[in-house]
Design a protein around this ligand. Structure first.
Ligand SMILES: [Zn+2]
Length: 232
């Protein structure tokens, strides 16, 4: 049976788009609803002439979601996908946010100096601290800090480009993460995206909270049936 083969993406190509994201986009549009592998994405992301593999292909993939509004599923949000598998279910695009305003050149300089020329993202009390020209140890690629308005765009559409206290520098990976966290149109936190990015331990915490919240009878019954798991 070819049932399984039908679900797998095929690199048709040649994808000669100028940018990495254009080539990845063309590949996914060729394979709607099909399972694409990390290897295939790297293959199409590679420079069509030099065949050099870009180190930041993963960031470009994220930007197809955040900047172009495509849905690209991964094992993180779809159980039937294995690790390193991705799927674009359809060609629909969510409306993405309006182009962000930027601080003036002078303000941006001040913002960078306020943050010691380092990424301001802080998680569990730990600052990212990557600076321009660093190699991102997690996302790969060379770090380029860009301005981020601290509060969501939609809540404060009239961003003051000369007020340095309203801005912070973020590395590319954390710009993407923040865009994933905030629904820019409504100014609400994207709770699902946050839980998806959370650690295993945090996910367990959320899970047990939800079980309690919904009064998961199955979980309670299981506990009663197997008292040996909870020695007194
Ligand atoms: Zn960062």
């Amino acid at each position: 049976m070819d049932d399984k083969e039908d679900r797998n993406a095929v690199v048709r190509g040649p994808y000669s788009g100028k940018s990495i994201s254009a080539r990845i986009e063309a590949f996914f549009l060729d394979n709607l609803g099909k399972i694409a592998t990390r290897e295939q994405i790297i293959e199409v992301a590679a420079d069509p002439i030099t065949r050099r593999v870009p180190e930041n292909w993963h960031q470009r993939l994220s930007e197809l979601r955040t900047d172009k509004g495509y849905t690209i599923l991964s094992w993180r949000n779809r159980g039937h996908l294995k690790q390193s598998e991705y799927m674009m279910p359809n060609a629909e695009r969510r409306q993405t946010s309006t182009p962000r305003k930027r601080p003036t050149a002078k303000t941006w300089k001040q913002v960078l100096s306020n943050y010691d020329n380092r990424c301001a993202w802080t998680e569990s009390g730990v600052r990212c601290s990557l600076k321009n020209g660093d190699i991102d140890p997690i996302g790969g690629g060379t770090v380029k800090l860009t301005p981020d308005h601290k509060t969501p765009h939609s809540l404060h559409p009239d961003v003051d480009p000369t007020d340095s206290t309203k801005w912070q520098p973020l590395c590319g990976r954390h710009q993407v993460m923040k865009k994933n966290y905030w629904d820019d149109d409504e100014g609400w936190l994207n709770v699902v995206a946050i839980v998806q990015a959370a650690s295993e331990e945090q996910k367990r915490e959320v899970y047990s909270f939800l079980k309690q919240y919904f009064g998961d009878r199955h979980a309670q019954e299981t506990e009663q049936e197997r008292p040996e798991l909870h020695p007194r």
